[in-house]
Design a protein around this ligand. Structure first.
Ligand code: X8Z
Ligand code: ZN
Length: 614
């Protein structure tokens, strides 16, 4: 029941990390009367036996639950929704029972490995419920409905019924502001129906968190990083302050270019950027508008999306190419079952959850991905992202059950992206996708392309859970959900909706991870850490050139050191895992700063005389 999948309905998922000691929780049991002997403190052996039994029970449950979840996600109908809700309810009841049972061991001086497992059991339920079958049933019905509503959402535009993929195609390629606005607003007609369910889910989950000794779900989520939750929140601020200046410069330049393209009436020179103009449904990555903002004199001279199409890549070839990269690092090929059981192509005849995800069905070798793959550069990157999850899952599958997960959830998200940072022109030439490596004069173009995805993402990666923390903490009530969302969108990303939002709008629900209940801080952490991994790997490879030209393709020594980190899973505090690969124990934005340093110089020159900020 933990980690059935990464990036799917995560209600049952035990979170992906644990702490080195059990955090103190408020006393919940009144002191026994003096005349009655207090029950004997449990021993370390009892704790070990309890954990072994819990791991066995969870592993067994997960065998069935993960298959039910897979069938539902790849074949949505009323019956699979029913099955998923039933199984989800059983899973949350099991997780809550085991989490409550850890209370018995509070105050027992446990060895580090046992303490970590106790902490994972107690804090690792993404969306908990209070004890009781009826409330667990209600919660699971709600969470299943939220995800299915998102996955099956449609909107009629110009006489055509479009799903998220169809509407996204418009956002990604059209330059017509009216059409962009219609597609952008159209997708957001899917989410108002979710709002009541979402608000009720928050109530139930917070009650569940309180029963387990947390103030609310936000505190619970932040308790999975081997440090007190307040310290983790401060860490996140520290990392953001490192990368914010780069984002501000990029925003300023992109806004100026959009102003040149669309004129003052559509995109003014000052203030926030219109969210539908950035080439992505959520304005989270901006690579699709590279042609509008690219560095003319420094263009790399190739378009990977076009090349993949012209070279007749199909869905399988995209994934096989990703697999070959991991093989070049020394990883064993994916098992035959991966190819038989994965869903890598959007089925024409049924509803599925298209949002890409990676699964390990049996917690051993039955790894799979689920993607509605499109033949373009973005999905080429996503294929590597998903495979990163699968290779991590396989690397740690010899650990104890509760340690078969990432060192923290940001590690899990960073693995495949780190590998994909090595998709350099040199690599593309090596695998025959381009004929000529662009000269150093193309560096700014290459960096701009990368920044539009990697730097643009950072404030979005941060604000999604800032919103959820406010919601779970009760700082924002359902009446204020949408305004709070746009306040954060404006504050961090400097984007605004293309027009006033309707009174019933629930725009957070139009982003997969909100109805899908997948925590989002992991991606912010990943986007910082993947550059740390890249820099460390390039140093290990003896690379002395600019970081964005370094590829570790084919480097088995780096692969070995990388694997040493992956194999640890969550068995040690995450700084130990980070150190095993990078030699440092801290998350740090200086690698991403170094990677983009030449672009920062260029952006500052371009922005001279412009009024930046919003
Ligand atoms: O959800 C994902 C992955 C699956 S874990 C496709 N990502 C985030 C998103 O799409 O919003 C990857 C980067 C950010
Ligand atoms: Zn992922």
């Amino acid at each position: 029941m933990k980690k059935l999948l990464l990036c799917g309905s995560a209600v049952l998922a035990l979170a992906l990390s644990s702490c080195s000691s059990v955090a103190p929780v408020p006393e919940t049991i009144a002191a026994a009367p003096a005349t009655v002997a207090a029950p004997a403190k449990p021993t370390v052996d009892e704790a070990r036996a309890f954990l072994a039994a819990a791991e066995k029970e969870m592993a067994e449950f997960s065998q069935r639950a993960s298959r039910i979840a897979w069938v539902q996600a790849t074949y949505i109908n009323d019956d699979t929704d029913w099955l998923a809700a039933r199984s989800g309810s059983e899973g949350v009841q099991l997780a809550v029972r085991l989490a409550n049972e850890t209370k018995r061991f509070e105050g027992v001086d446990l060895p580090q490995d046992l303490a970590r497992k106790m902490q994972t059991l107690r804090a690792g339920i993404t969306i908990p419920a209070p004890t009781g079958a009826a409330v667990a049933d209600e919660l699971a019905t709600i969470t299943t409905r939220l995800e299915s509503t998102y996955a099956t959402g449609k909107f009629d535009l110009d006489g055509q019924t479009l799903d998220l993929d169809g509407l996204s195609d418009i956002i990604e390629s059209s330059r017509d502001p009216n059409k962009l606005k219609a597609a952008w607003e159209g997708w957001r007609t899917v989410s108002p129906a979710m709002k009541g369910d979402y608000a009720r889910m928050v109530e139930i989950a917070n009650e569940g968190a309180r029963e387990l000794g947390f103030a609310n779900v936000a505190e619970m989520w932040l308790s999975n990083y081997d440090m007190p939750p307040e310290a983790m929140e401060a860490e996140v601020e520290r990392l953001w302050s490192q990368v914010e200046p780069l984002y501000k410069e990029l925003h300023c330049h992109v806004r100026a270019k959009l102003n040149e393209t669309h004129g003052d009436a559509i995109q003014p020179k000052t203030g926030p950027i219109r969210a539908d103009l950035l080439g992505n449904m959520w304005a989270q990555t901006w690579g699709n508008i590279y042609p509008l903002v690219g560095v003319k004199a420094s263009d790399p001279g190739y378009d990977l999306s076009k090349i993949l199409v012209s070279r007749k890549y199909d869905e399988e070839k995209m994934v096989r190419t990703g697999e070959a990269f991991f093989s070049s690092l020394g990883f064993a090929p994916l098992p035959d079952t991966f190819w038989k059981r994965s869903m890598i192509k959007k089925p024409a005849d049924r509803e599925v959850v298209c949002h890409a995800s990676a699964w390990n069905i049996d917690d051993e070798d039955d790894v799979r991905i689920k993607m509605c793959t499109q033949i373009n550069a973005e999905d080429f990157q996503t294929v590597h992202h998903e495979l990163g999850h699968n290779y991590y899952q396989r690397a740690y599958n010899k650990q104890d059950y509760l340690f078969r997960t990432g060192a923290h959830d940001g590690f899990h998200e960073a693995i495949g992206d780190f590998v994909a940072l090595s998709i350099t022109p040199e690599y593309l030439k090596e695998i025959g996708l381009i004929n000529k490596v662009p000269p150093a004069s193309a560096d700014l173009g290459l960096l701009m392309n990368q920044a539009l995805d990697k730097i643009a993402f950072l404030p979005f990666g941060l604000m999604v859970d800032k919103w959820r923390w406010e919601v779970f903490r009760g700082e924002v009530t359902p009446a204020g959900y949408n305004d709070a969302w746009w306040k954060l969108r404006q504050q961090y990303q400097g984007v605004a909706p293309p027009g006033p939002r309707p009174a019933d709008a629930f725009d957070p629900g139009a982003k997969y991870h909100i109805p899908g209940n997948t925590p989002y801080l992991r991606y912010f952490l990943s986007f910082v850490m993947q550059f740390q991994f890249h820099k460390a790997a390039c140093e290990q490879a003896g690379w002395t050139g600019p970081l964005h030209r370094c590829s570790i393709y084919g480097n088995k020594e780096v692969g070995q050191r990388f694997n040493a980190m992956l194999e640890m899973g969550a068995s040690k505090p995450w700084p130990d895992a980070l150190e095993a690969f990078t030699g440092t124990r801290e998350m740090d934005g200086s690698a991403i700063e170094e990677y983009f340093a030449p672009l920062m110089v260029y952006l500052k020159q371009q922005n001279a005389g412009r009024q930046c900020g919003w």
